[in-house]
Design a protein around this ligand. Sequence first.
Ligand SMILES: [Zn+2]
Length: 288
Amino acid sequence: MSVRPSTPASTSIASHARSPANAVTPALIDTHVHTDDDRFDTDRDDILDAARTNHVIAQVVPAISRVLWPRVKQLCSDHSDLFACYGLHPCFCGDHVMGDIEELGSWLAREHPVAVGECGLDYQVAGGDKAIQQRLFAAQLSLAREFNLPVVIHARKAVEDVIRMIRASGHSKGVVHSFNGSSQQAQRLIDLGYKLSFGGAVTFNRAKRLRELFATLPLEAILLETDAPDQPDTLHNGLRNEPAYLSDVWQNLSQLRDEAPADIALATTRNAIDLFRLPINIDEHGCI
Ligand SMILES: [Zn+2]
């Protein structure tokens, strides 16, 4: 299938990657996907195979509460392209106790995850427990700093407080996933050393403001994600989301920017490898 039959076999993959016909999708990394979720229990292996077929070479899987850490650990030890993070998600504050923070410290020391998370603030669900969310988030920022790990942040209707708490923590490495703040907030997070991750929500035409923001951010600040099984892109609206659909997210979002889609794949994949220190080598064309 080489577009240039005379090309030596050793470089044929690279020539495919540069093919304008989009013959080969460069490697992509799903930087936020809950592959451990119950909704994948019946067909998880198929879902993982579909992701690989669609050029998703790695998945970062954040665990959201202490009882689920072992499940994510097992999944990621069963699959060498899945990478675990451990954290306490703000939407499940009722499940967390402060003792979980101490236990999290033990897990970080023992299990060597690629990040701390998912943690953060969600004021849409906060009700009366804003203070608890903030205590848990501050403690996780502090652990991330202690272990020199990036932090995977959930911020819903709370970006301003997330920025304030990141600044107070002195921790300068992480990602705000499914970013939904203003361009000014995006710039402040980038100035603090953080990446911003985007997924299916930004593929909808109605997400005009976020689509404009995605178009203008520096490429080195961007990651791609699915957040599967939640937040499907416009092609899979109403369906269970899957990591395989990251290639659709990438194609949709690439239309918003001036760079070639292959260059956007390459840059976002490199950003993910660098941030999470993933043991993956890709060449200059985004191929492994
Ligand atoms: Zn999540």
